[in-house]
Design a protein around this ligand. Structure first.
Ligand code: ADE
Length: 461
């Protein structure tokens, strides 16, 4: 690959004679020539700029000088077989598109001649990019990032290095290109360590020294997911969900990203307290999810009558307006509700749901209850989000919210009833730390049901 760099500071590029890129030049993998733009001027002052048309501050680089310079280096390198994309004019500018690894990969695989035109001042007359783009050259106006440099020279070095290292023969082990940041996995790279094992009180994570390659790979993947979620959430939202395994999804869920059923990308979700504006969406969600949890013997009539009486818009308006009814919603970034939890908080150290079979005498986390007994009256995840890890996020937020509401009590408790036949729900509540403490009767429409009653403490162990 041939690079020609044109700049008013051609000496700048001696750095490219060092290190891997310098060696690659010696080995003939690439050639780099830098040129002084002023060599194409024809006045004694070697002027390359002029004042901006339309007025304004600064100076603009002249198209006639740039045209002569670029034409010369292009014709020097022209080959009979120049195909589309094989000749690139790259123009670094803070107003360009962000330079990405994908662009560098494309240049490395398609181009054989790259001319880099380094502007200074307010930039290069816009007709230069237009002219070459209209004449069969691939023009890439790129930016290194959202900040302004004094000129394109640093960005030119960056492009040569980022493209150059991808050329065949440059990197000893091409495998190392897969796991690196911005590699095929679409993640930032995991943290790396080397000897000494212990340095300034910090040890290399034991799993990396354990010899257990599977565990080390899992640890690295989890750290890569965490780092990417913290630093580049935009990259997490672009991950291909079909390439994620169960454990990847569990880690992403703990970071606040869920993959819905049939979903192609992880979706950021967020738990928060409900507001009056959620009441309608809540009543719709409740009406959708309640029938899924109902046992088969319940008639449609009973289910519909329960929905109309207990899950109406008016009911939810009341719940969200009342301080003793804690409503937490889990919402996707689309603002669609993923799930909700409604907890009845009694006054002082009272008991919620007393006439609905509250387990007044049950032990709470193996000890006598001391403080109020709350009732988790509703806890639902919408159908397409079930099994995605959303229940855990909703529960963790709900528990933290309730624990802070009841923080003056030593051992407050929370209970819920769920239909004895609903094995999925029973399993889910056990996973959330609840234990079976009894049974109760629960009426839906005109029909009696046997519920299993679960309870646990509000203290996070
Ligand atoms: N020239 C000046 N600022 C630049 C930037 N951020 N990226 C590329 N070229 C530039």
């Amino acid at each position: 690959m041939r690079f020609d760099i044109i700049s008013v500071f051609p000496e700048f590029f001696s750095v490219l004679d060092l290190s891997l890129i310098g060696k690659a030049q010696e080995r003939g993998i690439l050639s780099i020539d830098s040129h002084d733009l002023r060599d194409w001027t024809d006045d004694p002052h070697r002027t390359v700029d002029d004042s901006p048309a339309g007025g304004g501050a600064g100076m603009v680089m002249r198209p006639d000088i740039w045209g002569k310079a670029i034409d010369t280096v292009l014709s020097d390198g022209a080959g009979a077989g120049d195909e589309a994309g094989s000749v690139v004019v790259a123009i670094p500018t803070p107003s360009g598109t962000p330079l990405t690894q994908r662009t560098c990969e494309r240049i490395a695989s398609d181009a054989h001649h790259v001319v880099i035109a380094c502007g200074r001042y307010e930039g290069i007359d816009a007709r230069v990019a237009q002219h070459y783009a209209a004449n069969g050259v691939q023009v890439i106006e790129y930016s290194l990032g959202d900040y302004v440099l004094n000129g394109g020279e640093v960005a030119a070095v960056a492009l040569v290095e980022a493209v150059g290292r991808l050329l065949p023969g440059m990197v000893g082990n091409p495998e190392s290109l897969v796991e690196e940041s911005h590699g095929a996995a679409g993640l930032l790279e995991y943290p790396v360590y080397t000897r000494p094992v212990s340095w300034r009180e910090a040890d290399i994570p034991a799993v990396l020294l354990s010899g257990n390659h599977g565990a080390a790979a899992r640890w690295r993947k989890d750290r890569a997911l965490e780092k990417t979620a913290a630093r580049r959430p935009d990259m997490v939202a672009k991950l291909d969900a079909t390439a994620l395994d169960k454990k990847d999804k569990a880690t992403l869920a703990s970071l606040g990203y869920l993959v819905p059923r049939g979903g192609t990308r992880p979706v950021p979700v967020r738990a928060r307290e409900a507001t009056p504006r959620d009441a309608l969406a809540l009543s719709e969600l409740a009406a959708r999810t309640f029938p899924d949890a109902a046992p088969a013997y319940l008639t449609d009539e009973s289910i519909q009558s329960f929905i109309q009486q207990e899950l109406s818009l008016a009911r939810f308006q009341k719940y969200v307006a009342n301080d003793r009814d804690r409503v937490i919603v889990l919402e996707a970034d689309s603002k669609d509700l993923v799930g909700y939890a409604l907890t009845i908080v009694p006054e002082a150290d009272g008991i919620a749901g007393l006439d609905e079979g509250a387990p007044v005498d049950a032990l709470i986390d193996g000890a006598e209850r001391s403080g109020p007994l709350l009732e988790l009256s509703k806890f639902y995840i919408d159908r397409q989000w079930r099994g995605s890890g959303g229940a855990r996020i909703l529960w963790d937020f709900t528990l933290a919210d309730l624990a802070s509401t009841c923080d003056k009590w030593a051992n407050p408790g929370i209970f819920l009833g769920t239909n004895a036949a609903n094995r999925r729900a029973r399993h889910a509540y056990r996973k959330l730390g609840f234990e079976e403490v009894g049974t109760r009767q629960f009426t839906v429409g005109e029909q009696d049901n046997r519920d299993v009653v679960f309870a646990r403490g509000l203290r996070v162990p």
